[in-house]
Design a binder for this molecule. Structure first.
Ligand SMILES: C[S@@+](CC[C@H](N)C(=O)[O-])C[C@H]1O[C@@H](n2cnc3c(N)ncnc32)[C@H](O)[C@@H]1O
Length: 446
């Protein structure tokens, strides 16, 4: 028996009324059969014509082709590639409405997933909404029928790279060079051996790490060198894993640095290190976290998922003692080096897998009275479950995923008796649907 042929997707545009926005920024509607449809580019309250791009058992997907009645929040997307590029999903929405949507998304997650309510909602932290992105992984693919090399993000509706020449959310030193990078790679002899370009920028410089799958011939190295010099970009190569990253030559070797002005601290890092994507928001977020911790010199603080010490060193400027814990050994070393660089001697660091339920060690005991957490998207449930042993008075939780923050808040509030005193959103990733947030938990027993 032959395989059942799939029914083709309708070609003609379909009318829909958008009811709300999903957490990924897509408009939610129902089709004439009552099935849910997720429509990219649509806003709540709008009537649109959309093209159906996918069909699953429980939902369809599509993208807007015409807005029949526009929301008051609709704006002209600043980027000409917005329609196709999957890097951003909210450029059609006014910046203020974006952050309100993210705040609502956070509060909904608390209520629905965490069964908790924040006593106070903190005013959103905002800053510029273009040219902010300092870290990115740009895909690269040589596709002669699309005019040569493509560089950038994947399309919204496919796994293919977008044909794009600029990116408005990347820092301008890189965002304005996407077209130049395409032309550069198209000229290389090994044009189909560059898999991706990792972007890492500091306060003044930009590094581009070319992941080269084969050694590059001298002529290619010269082209890369020339491009870097012309555009003031530091070119690095990555022939193998992350540890193989090297500058193209000594002209491109640089030390990346960022400052936290509020604390008069300077950090050094390498291009593959985790650093916060949005430098301007980081300048505001760290002081806000420190304020919520209400530090005094008597405090002994535990900074979990500490990276290169972004929060640890500012904590050390006030607290009596701070311990930073991080899973990536290279970042732990960077944190130690940054403590020395800033003449901080009461911060110590440990390399620990904080998602290992068996975790332990001398760092894990009950002498801490305050804790800061800044986990990856998967959250921090394993260590949060140990808070009833540490019993800190205050926990400040910085999160890039409201769903895992809400889950962990459920544990802290409904199982361990903490109060969720305040929470708010920070505009770390404008124009994307990513939600960065911060929450303060206070121990009701201490
Ligand atoms: C959102 S980043 C925050 C880093 C740092 N607080 C900062 O502001 O730069 C999350 C950090 O968690 C670390 N991490 C991820 N999984 C981990 C794990 N299982 N155990 C310990 N650290 C982990 C990452 O290496 C990364 O440095």
């Amino acid at each position: 028996m032959g395989r059942r042929r799939r029914k083709p997707l309708p070609q003609e545009p379909i009318n829909a009324k958008i009811e709300s926005l999903a957490h990924d920024g897509k408009g939610i509607a129902h089709n004439h059969e009552g099935k849910v449809v997720f429509i990219s580019g649509a806003l709540p309250g709008e009537e649109v014509l959309f093209k159906q791009t996918g069909r699953r058992r429980s939902y369809d997907s599509g993208e807007v082709v015409e807005v029949l009645s526009a929301s008051a929040d609709r704006v002209e997307p600043p980027c000409p590639h917005f329609q196709g590029c999957g890097g951003c999903s909210l450029q059609q929405m006014a910046p203020l409405a974006q952050i309100q949507f993210k705040q609502q998304s956070l509060l909904d997650s608390f209520e629905r997933l965490g069964k908790v309510v924040a006593e106070t909602v903190l005013p959103p932290l905002t800053d510029v909404n273009q040219g902010y992105r300092r870290k990115a992984r740009l895909g690269v693919r040589y596709v002669p029928k699309k005019g040569g090399a493509l560089v950038g993000f994947r399309e919204k509706s496919s796994g293919y790279l977008t044909v794009m020449d600029s990116c408005h959310v990347m820092v301008p030193s890189v965002g304005e060079q996407i077209g130049g990078l395409r032309a550069l790679i198209s000229q290389l002899e090994q044009c189909n051996k560059i898999a991706q370009i990792e972007v890492a920028c500091d306060d003044t410089q930009s590094v581009l790490v070319f992941r080269n799958l084969e050694p590059l011939p001298e002529a290619d190295l010269q082209l890369l060198d020339q491009f870097g010099s012309e555009h003031n970009l530091n070119i690095y190569l990555q022939p193998k894993g992350p540890n193989s990253v090297v500058p193209l030559n000594e002209n491109h070797q640089t030390t990346l640095r960022y400052r936290l002005d509020h604390f008069n601290l300077e950090y050094q890092f390498v291009p593959t290190d985790f650093t916060q994507v949005n430098g301007a928001i980081n300048q505001k977020m760290v002081p806000m976290a420190i304020e919520l911790l209400a530090l005094t010199e008597d405090d002994v603080v535990l900074d979990l998922f500490c990276g290169l010490g972004n929060f640890t060193l500012p904590i050390a400027t006030v607290a009596g003692e701070v311990v930073g814990v991080e899973g990536d050994e290279a970042l732990v070393q960077r944190a130690r080096d940054n403590a020395v660089l800033n003449k901080i001697d009461h911060a110590s660091f440990f390399a620990v897998d904080l998602q290992d339920e068996e975790m332990g060690g001398i760092w894990l005991n009950s002498r801490y009275n305050k804790v800061l957490l800044d986990p990856p998207r998967s959250g921090a449930l394993e260590i949060v479950q140990k808070m009833d042993k540490i019993q800190p008075q205050r926990i400040v939780y910085v999160s890039c995923n409201p769903a895992t923050l809400a889950r962990d808040a459920d544990e802290l509030v409904n199982n361990q008796g903490y109060r969720l005193v305040s929470a708010g959103v920070m505009d770390m990733f404008p124009h994307t649907a990513h939600v960065e947030s911060i929450a303060l938990f206070v121990n009701t027993h201490a």
